[in-house]
Design a binder for this molecule. Structure first.
Ligand code: HEC
Ligand code: HEC
Length: 285
């Protein structure tokens, strides 16, 4: 990160914490009114709603979870499957994704509350940013080939096989890839390569990221940011396609985590990403 981004990040982080801390801490008990407030009979206390508390997140992710597309990469949350978002919040809390600010944000939140948050953002459908332009035809052609067909020679399946034909993800745990900042996409693929991001084993995305060359990452991220959302950008239905690789976070994957640890995020609290802690290094393939 460049120095000016660091400063901005620090500023934003402090603002966010100032917002989230008192409101969240005060959640169960409405704050006592001050004498002047009571006297004036005015100044309704701030309503303690989920929306109100999530203003802290809005500082970075936008009010509707639309993401903020500057040179900083604050990803879109809106419309991603709730199971996916829930897994990520737990991944931050339990350090399977090493992003200090996000770990800090969710460190003291219960599984139940993380479910509520995930559910909330999954329901939102703010508009998508305008597709990016300005890439070379060659780069876009390579990106399109990888996204739509994969590269059999390198054992890379088409991204659309799992992320959906319209790239809006698949219920319950595969995210859409539209509306994300290019830098963010590059950073995530890089984090899988370097072991800073993990999902439940088999971690299909770690395998795929490791097979992508730097040129592939550049091409795929360029192409993805040029894609327009469909008119009804909902994630595809669960199991609407047979996955080309097993993914531990996808229910029913043949070599996924054992039954007892339930790979399906359920209303009662799925526990599907937690099996990866001991062996954090996914072997390169
Ligand atoms: C100071 C800025 C900041 C604040 C405030 C913040 N986030 Fe984040 N969030 C980030 C960044 C940066 C990332 C991307 C991390 C990475 O590189 O993996 C992220 C990633 C995420 C992701 C993963 C998205 C994905 O597609 O995988 C979720 C979910 C999320 N944040 C939810 C929240 C919630 C809920 C809150 C409020 C409780 C919140 N964030 C507050 C900066 C912030
Ligand atoms: C076999 C299925 C599968 C294929 C093929 C696949 N993905 Fe994924 N992808 C997933 C799953 C599952 C996740 C969620 C992982 C998690 O829970 O962290 C994911 C997550 C991601 C994310 C993180 C998104 C975010 O919001 O943080 C990116 C970026 C991504 N994939 C890019 C790609 C690209 C690029 C390709 C093609 C080269 C691809 N994927 C192919 C299954 C797949």
């Amino acid at each position: 990160m460049q120095a000016k981004h660091k400063l901005f990040f620090l500023f934003v982080s402090l603002t966010a914490l100032a917002l989230v801390a008192p409101l969240h801490a005060a959640a169960p008990v409405p704050p006592a009114r001050t004498a002047t407030e009571a006297q004036a009979g005015a100044a309704d206390p701030i309503p303690d709603t989920l929306e109100q508390r999530l203003l802290a997140c809005a500082v970075c992710h936008g009010k509707q979870g639309e993401g903020i597309a500057k040179s900083e990469y604050y990803p879109r949350l809106a419309g991603k499957p709730a199971g996916y978002l829930y897994n990520q919040l737990r991944n931050f809390r339990e350090l399977r994704r090493e992003v200090p600010i996000m770990t800090y944000m969710v460190a003291y939140m219960s599984d139940g509350y993380l479910h509520e948050i995930a559910e909330h953002y999954s329901q939102l459908q703010p508009p998508y940013p305008a597709p990016a332009t300005g890439f070379s035809d060659q780069e876009l052609a390579r990106g399109e080939a990888l996204v739509r067909k994969g590269d059999a020679g390198k054992n890379i399946p088409a991204c659309s096989a799992c992320h959906g034909k319209s790239l809006t993800g698949m219920e319950p745990t595969i995210p859409g890839l539209i509306g994300l900042n290019r830098e963010y996409i590059v950073a995530q693929l890089g984090a899988w390569k370097t072991g800073q991001r993990h999902a439940a084993r088999p971690d299909c995305m770690a395998q795929i990221a490791n097979r992508l060359s730097p040129q592939d990452v550049s091409a795929v991220s360029a192409y993805l940011t040029t894609q327009r959302a469909t008119a009804n950008p909902m994630p595809a239905l669960a199991r609407s396609a047979k996955l080309p690789l097993d993914c531990g976070v996808v229910p029913g994957a043949s070599s996924a985590v054992p039954e007892s640890s339930s790979a399906v995020p359920s209303a009662s609290g799925g526990d599907n990403a937690g099996k990866d802690v001991k062996d954090r290094k996914e072997p390169g393939s």
